[in-house]
Design a protein around this ligand. Structure first.
Ligand SMILES: NC(=O)c1ccc[n+]([C@@H]2O[C@H](COP(=O)([O-])OP(=O)(O)OC[C@H]3O[C@@H](n4cnc5c(N)ncnc54)[C@H](O)[C@@H]3O)[C@@H](O)[C@H]2O)c1
Length: 339
C-alpha cells in the first residue's frame, strides 16, 4: 500500500476520462490533487457547442456533470485553464507548488487526430512542451514528470505482442505525436536531468467515459437495441484495460522511486478479440445484432502489451480481465441510467 499523503500532484488534462478517475484514486491514497483542464477537448465546452450534432450529448453532459460534482465532493480543485497558454500554466504551477506533474492533455483519439492534425498537435504537443518547460524553470517544484503516451506508438504489433523494447513505428497522426512526446520528455531529461516516467496504456473503458471507443459504442447501442458494427472480421485483438487497473498502476508509478527514468506498458496484459467482446456482450444482451464492415487502413494490427516490466519493477497488479471489467462497467451504466 503506497502512502501518497505527503504528495502534491498536478494533473494537466485531469478532467478527462482517465484524469478524473485518477484524481479520485490519488486522493484515496492521501495525495493532495490539483487539476488544470480547459474542459474544451472531448469535454463540457465541446459537448455544449456540438449538442445538435451528437445524439448522446445530453447523456454525456450528465457524465461530465457527475465528474465535476464528484471532484467537488472530494475537494479536488479544478482550474479551468488552457495549457496551450504557457503563462497561464506557469502562474498556476507557481501558485500550487506541486511536486509531481502528470500530463494527460491531448486529443486522445486516433480517428479524431487524423481528421484534425493541427489541433491535435496543439493540444497534445504544445501543452506538453509548456508543461515540460515550466517544469525545468528555476521556480519549479516538480520532482517527477509523468507522461501519458499510448500503445499506438508501436504501430502494427508483431505476432506475440510488444514489450517496451519493441521498436516503435507509429501509424497515423495520433501515434506519431504520442511518440514525439516521448522523445521530447526524454530529451528534457537528457538536457535538464528532469526525472520522468512514460506510461503506455491501451483501449481503456469504464465509468463516465465519453470518448466512444469500441466497448462504449457496443454497450450504448445494446442499451438502445441497435445493432453493433464490427470493423473487420472480429479477429482484431486489443488489450482492453479497465480504468481502475490503469489508475492503480499510476499509484505504483508515483509510489516507487524505481519508476523514474522508465517506460511502462500499463494495460491488463492480455489481448482479446473483438469476437470475444461480442460474445461477452451477448450474455448481457442476448438479442444483440452484429454487422461486419471492412476495416480502414489506418488502424494498426494490435495485440498484447507485455506488462512484466511493470509487474516486476513497480508491483503493478491488474485485476480486471475483460469479463470482470465489462460486468463492472455495465453495472455502473445501468445504475447511472436509473438516476
Ligand atoms: N483512453 C484511452 O484508451 C487511452 C489510451 C492510451 C493513451 N491515452 C492517453 O491518456 C491521456 C488521457 O486520455 P483520456 O482518455 O482521459 O482523454 P480525454 O479526452 O477524456 O481527456 C483529455 C483531457 O485533456 C483536456 N485538454 C485537452 N487539451 C487541453 C488544453 N489545451 N488545456 C487543458 N486541457 C486540455 C481535455 O479538456 C480533456 O479533459 C491522453 O494523453 C491519451 O492520449 C488514453
Amino acid at each position: 500500500m503506497h502512502d501518497l499523503s505527503n504528495r502534491k500532484i498536478l494533473l494537466v488534462g485531469g478532467a478527462g476520462f482517465i484524469g478524473h478517475n485518477l484524481a479520485f484514486k490519488l486522493k484515496e491514497f492521501g495525495a493532495e490533487v490539483f487539476i488544470a483542464d480547459s474542459l474544451s477537448v472531448n469535454n463540457y465546452c465541446y459537448l455544449m457547442s456540438h449538442r445538435a450534432k451528437n445524439p448522446s450529448s445530453e447523456l454525456y453532459l450528465k457524465f461530465i456533470k457527475e465528474r465535476l460534482d464528484l471532484l467537488e465532493e472530494k475537494h479536488i480543485p479544478l482550474m479551468v485553464l488552457d495549457a496551450r497558454d504557457y503563462h497561464a500554466l506557469s502562474r498556476y504551477m507557481d501558485d500550487i507548488k506541486a511536486d509531481t506533474l502528470v500530463h494527460l492533455a491531448a486529443v486522445a483519439h486516433a480517428d479524431r487526430s487524423n481528421k484534425d492534425p493541427y489541433s491535435t498537435f496543439d493540444h497534445s504537443l504544445r501543452t506538453l512542451e509548456n508543461a515540460l518547460d515550466n517544469t525545468r524553470s528555476s521556480k519549479s517544484t516538480i520532482k517527477h514528470f509523468v507522461y501519458f503516451s499510448s500503445s499506438m506508438v508501436y504501430g502494427h504489433f508483431p505476432p506475440g505482442g510488444v514489450t517496451e523494447e519493441t521498436v516503435c513505428d507509429p501509424l497515423g497522426i495520433y501515434g506519431a505525436l504520442k511518440y514525439s512526446g516521448e522523445k521530447i520528455v526524454i530529451a528534457y531529461n537528457q538536457v535538464f536531468e528532469m526525472p520522468y516516467t512514460i506510461v503506455r496504456p491501451s483501449a481503456l473503458y469504464g465509468p463516465r467515459c465519453i470518448s466512444r471507443r469500441v466497448i462504449q459504442i457496443f454497450l450504448e447501442n445494446a442499451f438502445r437495441d441497435e445493432e453493433i458494427v464490427v470493423n473487420g472480421k472480429g479477429d482484431d485483438k486489443l488489450d482492453f484495460t479497465y480504468v481502475d487497473d490503469l489508475v492503480s498502476g499510476i499509484v505504483n508509478v508515483l509510489g516507487n522511486e524505481s519508476a523514474k527514468g522508465g517506460i511502462f506498458n500499463l494495460t491488463y496484459g492480455e489481448s482479446r478479440a473483438i469476437s470475444d467482446l461480442v460474445g461477452i456482450m451477448k450474455k448481457y444482451f442476448p438479442k444483440l445484432k452484429v454487422k461486419y464492415v471492412p476495416k480502414d487502413g489506418l488502424t494498426p494490427d494490435r495485440g498484447t502489451l507485455n506488462i512484466d516490466k511493470a509487474k516486476k519493477s513497480i508491483g503493478y497488479a491488474p485485476k480486471y480481465p475483460l469479463e470482470k471489467g465489462i460486468e463492472e462497467y455495465i453495472n455502473w451504466y445501468r445504475e447511472f441510467l436509473k438516476k
